[in-house]
Design a protein around this ligand. Structure first.
Ligand SMILES: [Zn+2]
Length: 468
């Protein structure tokens, strides 16, 4: 009898235990489902367009305070979205800047003689790029790029279902995107990367735009008369000179070219406007650049090989109705390496939470709230390395001959490297840069091989002045 009672008691206990475990598991599943639902995992993900404009400076856009009306469309995006006032590129050239911009990591290519056709397999397949992440998340992915440094076969195309090289102005590029959108079946959300080249030398815009700022009331301000440097194409002109690739016959005035540059922005802006009429208002739009451009600062004209801020400071505007509060101006210093983490956290926060350490960049939604816990951001180019203290806004650079420079931003005229009052800051920046350089940037072209540039690629590089 006692034994029977004990067995019944044991059975009851077991039942209760099973019930309790069941409840705990059920509760766990419910919490997990709530977290997923809250994080938007089950929602249709937003369409995303990432617009990079080659050599577009932030400070020549209206929303960054520029005197000319170069960018009414981009300005409107900025007033509807988030405007990052201080975004810096990881490099001063397309080839070295885009890898970080589309990977969220400090990736770089090593020094390549791209002009002789050694630019194949630049990005090894083992490095995951934004389009690959998005494709895995259910996106259809398409790229429309104008610069041959990122053409098909260089690895930049990894993860894209459609990858088109577009020769010509932003009008031609936009035609191709609109054609894609017209045929798009909308079964999946899309991710489009467009890289425009209007603002890269030779600053192209059609006739109705090219003269729009010529002889306006700013046209004669701070003009300089330039020499023409007959350097071979593909190299950069001496200070105070304009290169042969940028030179227009009989035009020696620096303001002539700056007006052309501004006109190219205005034209590109109008094409972004045309593109926007084909996408719905909930599409996430990101406008940025690979790097800026020297327009006379530091006596450098119409190229972008330097680490001064006219070249490193780029626009960053994110119009995203579901995420960033409209009209927000964010002063904290951020980097183009932050763009990928921001997009990935936006579309899949639950997943991102567990993988965020894969990235060197940070999610900028945090920067929009409180300043991120980050001390430095970095930029690099073969030969020039740069570290910036984001709180003190001091910048240290080191060159191949071990020449150094230290600037208290925004003043980049006075090199403070021998200023004793900044000795501690200098030592700290130098030490931190050295520590960073032990691991970064990671060269991603581990699988280099020679490959011939086809005729189209040669023509494109010729039109941008890179080869003879
Ligand atoms: Zn570029």
């Amino acid at each position: 009898m006692i034994k029977k009672n004990m067995q019944a008691g044991e059975l009851k206990l077991r039942k209760n235990a099973v019930l309790a475990i069941g409840m705990i598991v059920g509760l766990g599943i419910a919490v997990f489902a709530c977290v997923l639902a809250y994080s938007g995992t089950f929602k249709r993900k937003p369409d995303i367009i990432l617009i990079t404009c080659d050599a577009l400076r932030a400070d020549h856009l209206g929303c960054y305070g520029y005197k000319r009306m170069t960018s009414p469309v981009i300005d409107r995006l900025a007033s509807d979205g988030a405007l990052f006032l201080n975004c810096f590129s990881t490099s001063c050239s397309t080839l070295h800047a885009i890898p970080a911009l589309i990977s969220g990591r400090y990736l770089a290519v090593s020094e390549l003689d791209v002009f002789n056709g050694e630019s194949c397999n630049i990005i090894d397949g083992k490095f995951t790029l934004l389009a690959e992440y998005l494709r895995k998340s259910g996106y259809q992915t398409a790229a429309f790029v104008c610069n041959d440094f990122v053409r098909q076969g260089t690895g930049f195309e990894h993860g894209f279902d459609v990858f088109k090289m577009c020769v010509g102005s932003s009008g031609t590029v936009t035609d191709k995107i609109i054609d894609f959108l017209n045929r798009y079946n909308r079964a999946k959300p899309y991710f489009i990367w467009v890289h425009y080249c209007d603002t890269h030398v030779p600053y192209f815009s059609p006739a109705e735009f090219s003269a729009v700022f010529k002889n306006d009331r700013f046209y004669n301000e701070n003009n300089a008369v330039l020499a023409v440097d007959l350097v071979p194409r593909g190299t950069y002109p001496k200070d105070g000179s304009i290169s042969r690739k940028a030179f227009h016959k009989g035009e020696f005035s620096s303001n002539y070219y700056t007006a052309l540059y501004d006109a190219a922005i205005r034209h590109n802006d109008s094409q972004i406007g045309r593109l926007l009429t084909h996408v719905d208002d909930n599409t996430v739009i990101i406008v940025t650049a690979d790097h800026g451009e020297s327009l006379g600062e530091h006596n450098k004209y119409f190229h972008h090989i330097s680490m001064y801020d006219e070249v490193l400071r780029i626009p960053l505007i994110i119009r995203d109705n579901g995420y960033f509060k409209g009209g927000k101006k964010i002063p904290v210093l951020v980097s183009s390496v932050d763009i990928v983490p921001t997009i990935l956290n936006r579309i899949n926060p639950f997943w991102y939470f567990f993988v965020k350490n894969r990235f060197d960049g940070i999610d900028l939604a945090r920067a929009a709230g409180s300043p991120p816990n980050r001390k430095y951001i970095y930029s690099y180019f073969p030969g020039i390395r740069c570290i910036r203290d984001v709180k003190k806004n001091i910048k240290y650079m080191i060159f191949p001959d071990d020449k150094e420079a230290l600037y208290r931003i925004p003043d980049e005229e006075n090199n403070l490297i021998n200023d004793d009052s900044l000795r501690d800051e200098k030592q700290e920046l130098k030490r931190s840069l050295r520590a960073w350089l032990k691991e970064y940037p990671v060269n991603v072209d581990g699988n280099r091989r020679k490959c011939a540039l086809d005729e189209q690629a040669q023509e494109n590089l010729r039109s941008m002045g890179y080869i003879q």
